[in-house]
Design a protein around this ligand. Structure first.
Ligand SMILES: Nc1ncnc2c1ncn2[C@@H]1O[C@H](COP(=O)(O)OP(=O)(O)O)[C@@H](O)[C@H]1O
Ligand SMILES: CC(=O)N[C@@H](CCC(=O)OP(=O)(O)O)C(=O)O
Length: 285
């Protein structure tokens, strides 16, 4: 930053003013996926963005995944894991690992990183305060859940006190016997809707939704949700992008103003999207 003149630095700060005014006091949910947690430098940049937003009065909620960390732990115990339609088949032993990794390792590491950057994080799982209640998704996926009820009170309480809620995507079963594994995009979408969030940001490992995933010049920068089905029918949305687009469409239909699918590998992509004239990724509206 030393080669940028003070004048330009001031212009960049002033450019943020209308966005700060628009978002202060509003809730923004950010989903941080495991594939975007690729190195410590990048993680620190995401965490700095979250701390900065919190300090200027934006109520940020971090919902995290941790697919690669779950994979690593399962490999250590020589346990095979398969995905059907983008969701992990989760038997009892796998569920133990999912809960340990998401609610333990990943959640607490993110809370520690927030503290390291001067923020105040509070880790929560879907079981805490009955945040997410779920039932079995289907028989194939075993302990994968469908969220049927969200009680956002605990998150609102934590936000009210000025803390940053860090939420892992594990839910309590309505039967009160089992906990369920939830896809983190889905958990973020359900929470954003329940919190009446102004914006949902899904950080991933590609630029956004592209007409041709191999060609970044085909990025769709803005998409009216009513148009998303056209792309679905054309078959250009595949793999992990399918649940993401479905979450984005559902969130907008249920009241979240805009949803962004954007590249978490770009340092400070959250600040660029929220506080500058520069749009990033694909914005669903
Ligand atoms: N049309 C598309 N545009 C962009 N990415 C796509 C598209 N279709 C499929 N994908 C794939 O979706 C992936 C993102 O989903 P996923 O790997 O589940 O992300 P995350 O781990 O961040 O939740 C991309 O890496 C890309 O390979
Ligand atoms: C049901 C299901 O598939 N759950 C996911 C939960 C974690 C997740 O979604 O993590 P990412 O966001 O890093 O992909 C899983 O077991 O991997």
């Amino acid at each position: 930053m030393t080669n940028i003149s003070p004048n330009i630095k001031a212009k960049i700060l002033v450019e943020a003013l209308p966005y700060i005014q628009e978002f202060t006091g509003k809730i923004v949910v950010i989903k941080y996926g495991g594939n975007a947690m690729i190195n410590e430098e990048l993680k620190a940049a995401v965490i700095q963005d979250v701390v900065l937003l919190n300090l200027i009065g934006i109520k940020v909620v971090l919902v995290h995944g941790g697919g690669p960390e779950i994979k690593e732990m399962l490999e250590k115990i020589h346990k095979e894991s398969t995905f059907v339609n983008g969701l992990r088949v989760t038997d009892d032993e796998t569920m133990d690992v999912v809960q340990q990794v998401l609610c333990g390792k990943v959640n607490k590491n993110l809370v520690s990183l927030l503290i390291k950057q001067g923020g105040k994080g509070v880790g929560l799982a879907g079981m805490d305060g009955n945040l997410f209640q779920s039932v079995r998704y289907d028989d194939i996926h075993q302990n994968v859940g469908t969220i049927v009820e969200v009680d956002p009170s605990i998150v609102l309480d934590v936000l009210e006190k000025g803390y940053i809620p860090v939420v892992s995507s594990v839910a309590a079963g309505l039967d009160q016997l089992t906990n369920y594994n939830i896809n983190a995009d889905t958990a973020a979408e359900k929470l954003a809707v329940a919190l009446k969030a102004k914006k949902l940001i899904l950080l991933t490992d590609v630029m956004g939704l592209m007409k041709d995933p191999q060609d970044e010049s085909t990025l769709i920068s803005k998409l009216k949700v009513s148009q998303a089905s056209v792309y679905e029918r054309e078959g250009i949305i595949k793999g992990g992008m399918i649940p993401k687009v479905q979450c984005a469409v559902e969130a907008v239909r249920r009241g979240v103003e805009t949803v962004n699918i954007q590249d978490g590998r770009i340092p400070h992509s959250i600040l660029i999207e929220l506080l500058s004239d520069e749009g990033i990724g694909t914005m669903f509206y």
